[in-house]
Write a protein that binds this ligand. Structure first.
Ligand SMILES: [Mg+2]
Length: 294
């Protein structure tokens, strides 16, 4: 016999209600049994007590707590991932900024400073700016007795003979100061001539930079060597020049030297070499220079 659909559904509901009622009855029976059975009651109380004590000493995890714990763990992992992502983004941003700054500094150095950055070899060394004429050599277009060399220099399509005499001790001086300083020749002379003179120095390899007249600043009738344009720390820069007008804007950086023409007994470079060894290791270069100028 076929049961109508409506009656079939009613039968299912009825069956489910019977099952539920049976479950409740069983639970009540168990409870009643526990209550009626002192032994079971005792065991149940004992277990409850044990759970309570355990929670005081250890981290007991109930199934519900376990779920919460898993959820929390998942959230923590998610947060950790987000944090890592943020850190990575921050690092990339910093790298980009530092690269931009580096490029900017290189551009600035090549456009506004007279000197390029210090070489790795000279990194951290103090900078020693040396004048050429009447400081390291004396040159003349007229013949002089016993020149160290005679140069042929072409300026404006005309070739000249230049007689050059080196100041006593110049080679020893360059060799000695080159160990502790970054050496730059800064002259108000013409580029062709000055380059030819420098090329004849035996110790020319210690000279790391050459600046000529076109790097000077003309002030009234003088060529001034403006050290602030070099691109070096002025606290650790020294200039040696026979003409005080050359460093009129940077007197605190100067170490004066007498004008040399032809005195074979001149000892200025030997004296300065000793003083410069002391300055090279001084913590305060400008203070050391001011004491030497007194
Ligand atoms: Mg000079």
């Amino acid at each position: 016999m076929e049961i109508p659909l409506e009656s079939h559904s009613d039968a299912l509901i009825h069956k489910s209600q019977i099952k539920k009622t049976q479950k409740n009855l069983n639970q009540n029976n168990n409870q009643n049994q526990n209550e009626n059975n002192p032994k079971l009651q005792k065991t149940s109380n004992k277990m409850a007590k044990r759970r309570k004590s355990s929670s005081l000493f250890f981290c007991c995890i109930e199934p519900n707590q376990m779920k919460t714990k898993k959820k929390k763990k998942k959230n923590r992992k998610k947060q950790k991932r987000m944090k890592q992502k943020l850190c990575q983004e921050k690092e990339q941003k910093l790298k980009r900024n530092s690269l931009s700054k580096c490029i900017l500094s290189l551009t600035e150095n090549s456009t506004t400073h007279l000197l390029p950055n210090q070489s790795t070899e000279d990194h951290g060394k103090k900078t020693l700016i040396l004048d050429l004429d009447e400081t390291l050599v004396h040159s003349s277009l007229d013949p002089i007795s016993n020149p160290d060399y005679v140069l042929e220099v072409t300026v404006d399509s005309e070739t000249y003979k230049v007689y050059v005499k080196k100041r006593p001790g110049v080679e020893e001086f360059l060799s000695s100061v080159g160990l502790n300083f970054e050496i730059i020749i800064f002259t108000a002379s013409d580029t062709q001539y000055a380059n030819a003179v420098i090329e004849r120095f035996e110790n020319k390899e210690v000279i790391k930079g050459r600046l000529f007249r076109d790097s000077c600043t003309q002030h009234e009738s003088f060529y001034v060597k403006d050290l602030s344009l070099l691109g070096r720390d002025l606290k650790t820069t020294i200039i040696i020049d026979n003409s005080p007008m050359s460093y009129m804007w940077n007197k605190e950086n100067s170490l004066p030297i007498s004008t040399w023409i032809n005195d074979p007994n001149d000892t200025e470079l030997f004296k300065l070499s000793t003083l410069l060894q002391e300055i090279a290791h001084s913590d305060d270069t400008l203070k050391a220079l001011s004491l030497l100028r007194k």
